[in-house]
Design a binder for this molecule. Structure first.
Ligand code: BGC
Length: 765
């Protein structure tokens, strides 16, 4: 009798063979189609495909005279982006298909970052759910909504590992850990792209390749400089994971990589991305990156910059007009060849082919889908439920939370009654004003049960000009701070408990929103201190798109929950958790610093020659520490409380020796929910290597599992580890570094966060 396992292998090899041969057949069909098409294109038309522009403000039915239309008609445009409305998009697509000589349909892109009209929590918050299935669903729903409105290409996921919370774009990624970014990025690519033969999936664009999250001093668009080893270890894995998941396109980053702008970086785009990782999609620049090469002072003019970008492997020019204006001349001068242009053009046409645009250019222009597929009840319910998974409970003295729906509850703070600031940054397609404010959500939740007393209490920040810069259009009412403060104190005195909705406004993170001070802005901090003096129970709901500094708060405020920006259903989701219909289960994917001077701060750092232990409180002369602050985080990576209490028991490894890359062992731990509420726990497994020629981090996240455990029950959580899980980049390869298997001593650690771990030793032979 044949073993079931063998049968399974024969069957899966057969399926793989069929899939591969149909894949190569598809590829052959695509090659033939694109070659035939390109054979009929003029040089100008090929260059036109490399040009991507914002569509501008187009009024439906009125598009004929706009500049963009004549460019499309002339065959000078490969795609447009950030235009909302299927009607308008259809009009442009009709011109491309029916009026341009070659009739090639357009790519239609958009920054769909955490939802389309139904908005989900910002990506950083989503990562704090540690729920990759939910993240995949977010991308799936976003794709469905966007494609119903004419979009076929989204500029997401962003997987830039970010260690410095001063950088505003921390909000757009999955925090400081390469594995979390990899898993979430992969889930998003899968969710967006799924099966591209359908009309409700879209092509994803992984960004920003590469290292954008490492801008010096957290200042946006700043310089990056790092060793290749560090790139491979800490920054590259998420981009690679997305490429392996089949991402159709990649966006280059604004920054330098090894002294050369990413957009003109041969090594990065051709050697690493294409030759080493086998990426077979197309590369688009970030907004006007080709032009910015002059400001970087690495190109003399647009022609020079365009030449370098094309030769480095950048296929599509976003908004610089460098390719469209200079490539012909560059060919005449012999700097680039028509073959170079063919390579880029082919990749863009292949993307259109993969999207099915040549079979049906109006595949994404079904004007009837808006009614059934966008901002639906079902999508909004999912957005609400997923948002509840992202809030991170940081402190809950004497189980102040959940609050009871009774008595008088004060709601105070500049984030309490603003609709437009609930959704967070990058919501191009959303009508943010449609979301309920927190006050409206809480009033609904408390109706007939408790009284909600509200006072704004203060301004977002004292300086009205600074506030306007930070708001970026999502306005929060200005108040007279003296009288508003008194009003807040009065309301607080009349109440049994105070809920403060404070922190950043939505646009204080995201692009061009770097900050040098990560504390609660001035007026808010003063008000919070006044409220604390009343001696009443206070819950701080911290709105933020980054790690913030809450050292004073952690000492004086009994309950703190980070609510980030929770999307269009945030108000209901916060109410669900605040009043205990759902227990919080989010855990930090960024370390929360004690002060801004600690940045960059991250748990998986290397050891110094003069280390101090995490948790060491006293200054030590000639050790690697500060005179005025401890080294470790205030709230560490992976940290987050629940309304229930989880205990970890019986942590065991099935064996302590691995003999090869393929050899495996099972690590298991029993996790018991010892409280009286059903809840989810994120169980984390870290590894560390003992001593090798290359320095290794003290710990690195290797696996995690989010498990639902009903009250009073326990679960046995198992992780399979292979020799591969212990491999690290240490060996110089053809392009950069290779991962190698290194015999030696390792530790495997399991626990509820990066600072509370039990460990076992494993020997690799
Ligand atoms: C951002 C990208 C974005 C692009 C298009 C740029 O400024 O860096 O993330 O996709 O604009 O809007």
């Amino acid at each position: 009798m044949i073993d079931k396992k063998i049968l399974y292998h024969i069957f899966s090899s057969f399926v793989m063979f069929v899939a591969l041969s149909s894949c190569s057949r598809d590829k052959a069909d695509m090659d033939k189609f694109v070659s035939e098409l390109m054979g009929r294109m003029t040089l100008e038309e090929k260059i036109g495909q490399l040009n991507l522009q914002v569509a501008g403000d187009i009024v439906t039915g009125d598009a004929q005279d706009t500049a963009v239309l004549s460019e499309i008609e002339a065959g000078n445009m490969g795609g447009i982006f950030n235009l909302k409305g299927v009607g308008k998009i259809r009009e442009l697509q009709e011109v491309a298909v029916n009026k341009s000589r070659m009739g090639i349909p357009l790519l239609v892109g958009m920054d769909v970052i955490h939802g389309y009209e139904t908005i989900f929590p910002i990506p950083l918050a989503l990562s704090c759910s540690w729920d990759s299935a939910a993240v995949e669903e977010v991308a799936r729903i976003s794709a469905k909504e966007a494609s119903a409105d004419g979009i076929n290409w989204v500029f997401s996921p962003m997987v830039d590992v970010a260690l410095d919370a001063r950088w505003g774009r921390v909000a757009e990624g999955s925090g400081e850990d390469p594995l979390v970014n990899s898993i979430m990025g992969r889930a998003m690519v899968r969710g967006y792209q799924g099966d591209l033969s359908r009309n409700d999936n879209v092509m994803s664009c992984v960004k920003h390749f590469a290292l954008y999250g490492a801008v010096e001093a957290g200042r946006d668009y700043n310089t990056v400089d790092m060793s290749r080893l560090r790139m491979y270890e800490q920054y590259f894995p998420p981009y690679k994971a997305c490429v392996e998941a089949g991402a159709g396109s990649v966006m280059s980053s604004f920054n330098l990589v090894g002294g050369i702008p990413a957009t003109a970086n041969q090594w990065l785009l051709n050697d690493v991305l294409r030759n080493e990782w086998k990426f077979d999609g197309f590369v688009v620049t970030d907004y006007a990156s080709i032009n910015e090469m002059m400001a970087h002072r690495v190109a003399r003019n647009k022609k020079d910059a365009s030449c370098r970008a094309l030769l480095a492997g950048t296929d599509m020019d976003m908004c610089s007009r460098g390719y469209i204006e200079t490539l012909k001349e560059l060919i005449r001068e012999g700097e680039v060849t028509e073959d170079d242009i063919d390579v880029a053009c082919r990749r863009i046409l292949e993307a259109k082919y993969k999207l099915g645009l040549f079979d049906n250019p109006f595949k994404y222009c079904d004007t009837t889908r808006r009614q059934t597929d966008i901002y639906t009840k079902e999508h909004r319910e999912r957005a609400r439920a997923i948002a509840t998974e992202t809030f991170v409970l940081l402190k809950n003295e004497n189980s102040l939370l959940p609050l009871k729906k009774k008595g008088r509850i004060a709601l105070i703070g500049p984030l309490a009654d603003t609709r437009s600031n609930m959704t967070g940054m990058w919501t191009v397609a959303a009508a943010s004003e449609r979301s309920l404010s927190l006050k409206e959500g809480m009033e609904k939740a408390l109706e007939g049960k408790a009284k909600l007393l509200y006072a704004q209490g203060c301004n977002l920040m004292a300086d009205s000009v600074a506030q306007a810069d930070a708001e970026f259009g999502k306005h929060i009412k200005r108040v007279n701070s003296a009288s508003a403060g008194l009003e807040a104190l009065r309301v607080a005195r009349e109440s049994d408990v105070i809920v403060c909705a404070m922190g950043e406004c939505a646009e204080m993170t995201g692009e061009s929103s770097s900050r040098s001070d990560l504390s609660l802005p001035d007026e808010q901090m003063s008000l919070l201190k006044e409220l604390a003096k009343l001696g009443k129970p206070i819950v701080l709901l911290n709105f933020s798109g980054r790690a913030t500094v809450m050292t004073w708060e952690s000492e004086h405020i009994p309950a703190i929950m980070n609510v980030w920006f929770g999307g269009s259903e945030m108000a209901d989701a916060v109410s669900d958790v605040l009043f205990g219909s759902v227990s919080p289960s989010g855990k930090l994917t960024v370390s929360m610093p004690r002060n801004v001077g600690q940045l960059p701060l991250y748990y998986n750092h290397l050891s110094t020659g003069r280390p101090v232990e995490d948790g060491e409180k006293k200054f030590r002369k000639y050790a690697s520490n500060y005179l005025d602050v401890r080294n470790d985080a205030l709230y560490p990576f992976g940290y987050g409380l629940s309304y229930t209490n989880f205990e970890y028991y019986d942590f065991i490894a099935s064996k302590n020796v691995l003999n090869s890359r393929e050899d495996s062992l099972i690590v298991s731990v029993r996790v018991a929910n010892e409280g009286n509420m059903n809840a989810s726990e994120v169980v984390q497994l870290y590894v560390s290597a003992d001593c090798f020629a290359f320095a290794r981090p003290k710990k690195e996240l290797c696996k995690f599992a989010r498990v639902e455990i009903p009250a009073g029950e326990e679960r046995n959580v198992e992780f399979i580890l292979t020799g591969e899980d212990f491999c690290f980049y240490s060996n110089q390869g053809v392009y950069g570094y290779n991962k190698t298997y290194n015999a030696g001593t390792y530790k495997v650690m399991v626990g509820p966060n990066s600072a509370e771990l039990s460990s076992v030793q494993i020997e690799l032979r």
